[in-house]
Design a protein around this ligand. Structure first.
Ligand code: 1CP
Length: 350
């Protein structure tokens, strides 16, 4: 039995005593203990692939802060890596792929990898983390959305304008749809494998869907996420497994996102939580939406911002407090502590 299931209850809009909180990228470079473990691992990928070390870094933020959920330590880019694209991290430059998917021939070669073998290191980490958590808090599994994964597969790394993938979308939509089809089938297998290994909620990170024009978002990102939601195991071990959809920059499409059948929508900081609740609060829970850069202000300002967000939501269940995007590597961990404490104190945790 879970000792603290507040996060899962809030996602299912069941009564809660206070607002649960976790932070996107809560395990990461802003924590000195993470940097030490990563150094020992040799590289970021070796850290992801080593069960004991991935377990250790997943638990690091929970040792510091009374967070209400843990998130699997891994990366969305494990999926295109399993498709044979050759993920590596160039020092100081972020993720890169040895091979891109741009031509008709590249797309024809794409395949749905065997998740059970190629991504076994991820499900092994899930089982190991569940054991180490000993039912303290729930464990979140995750994947990138088909469109966000395609951004990296077509671009070959990070991008500021998504020129290659958007050109493909306008010039050869059939090619992009084929990539998205393969990604969708892979993500369904991948998330179901995480759920079977013990993930108690899952989040789909659609980090770059918000760069699409109206209409194209629905066709190239949302449609495929709806298919994933429909293809997931929604119950495991006698308990519902909530699904969170986070489209960064998706605040103007809330009704469409809610219609995917997800249990919760992740919001970035540009959306008013109260308005979002009035719009879709009868269908889904909401997660967010503190501006991660506000963590650079002094604790008193952080608390004021937490209070504004809690008041904007307006009390009751259905809110999971989070950042509107990942925590910056330059954040002072004491400020993250102030955020977590403020959420609990101001929302009534005794
Ligand atoms: O050098 C290092 O230690 C690498 C830094 C790092 C970390 C800590 C990367 C590389 N990934 C991660 C972990 C990670 N990534 C988690 C771990 C769990 C957690 O504590 O939250 C998660 C959930 C992710 C997800 C992820 N990776 C996303 C989606 C969320 C988001 O931020 O939008 C994306 C887009 C990535 C790609 C990626 N991997 C790493 C970096 C620096 C990036 C972003 C590159 C870019 O901006 O395009």
């Amino acid at each position: 039995m879970l000792k603290n299931d507040t996060f899962l209850r809030a996602l299912m809009r069941e009564p809660v005593e206070y607002t649960p909180v976790w932070m996107m990228r809560q395990a990461g470079r802003y924590l000195p203990e993470y940097c030490a473990t990563r150094k020992n691992a040799g590289s970021f990928l070796q850290l992801c692939k080593n069960t004991d070390l991935a377990t250790e870094v997943t638990l690091q933020p929970l040792e510091r802060f009374p967070l209400d959920a843990a998130i699997l330590f891994s990366d969305i880019l494990t999926v295109p890596d399993a498709m044979g694209l050759g993920l590596y991290f160039a020092e100081g430059e972020g993720p890169k792929f040895e091979r891109t998917v741009r031509t008709e021939a590249d797309v024809a070669k794409l395949f749905v990898p065997d998740v059970g073998t190629e991504l076994k290191y991820v499900t092994d980490a899930v089982s190991s983390i569940r054991k180490a958590l000993d039912n303290r808090v729930p464990l979140i599994g995750f994947s990138g959305s088909p469109y966000t994964l395609a951004c990296y597969m077509v671009q070959g790394g990070s991008s500021s304008d998504y020129r290659e993938i958007k050109t493909m979308m306008y010039a050869r939509p059939d090619l992009l749809h084929r990539i998205l089809e393969v990604n969708t089938l892979t993500v369904i297998d991948y998330l179901n494998a995480q759920i079977e290994a013990g993930a108690q909620a899952v989040q789909i990170f659609d980090s770059w869907g918000g760069s699409l024009p109206f209409g194209k978002y629905q066709e190239f990102s949302l449609q495929y996420m709806a298919r994933i939601v429909a293809g997931l195991k929604r119950e495991h071990d006698g308990r519902k497994v909530p699904v969170i959809v986070f489209t960064k920059g998706g605040g103007q499409w809330l009704e469409d996102i809610a219609a995917t059948g997800c249990d919760a929508i992740g919001l970035d900081w540009t959306t008013d939580l109260g308005e979002a609740r009035r719009c879709v609060g009868d269908k889904v829970a909401l997660q967010g939406n503190f501006d991660p850069i506000a963590l650079f202000a002094p604790p008193a300002a952080i608390e004021a911002e937490v209070e504004r967000i809690l008041q904007s939501y307006g009390g009751g269940t259905g809110h999971v407090f989070n950042l509107g995007h990942g925590i910056s590597q330059f954040t002072n961990p004491d400020h993250a502590a102030a955020l977590v404490a403020a959420v609990h104190r101001l929302s009534g945790k005794v």
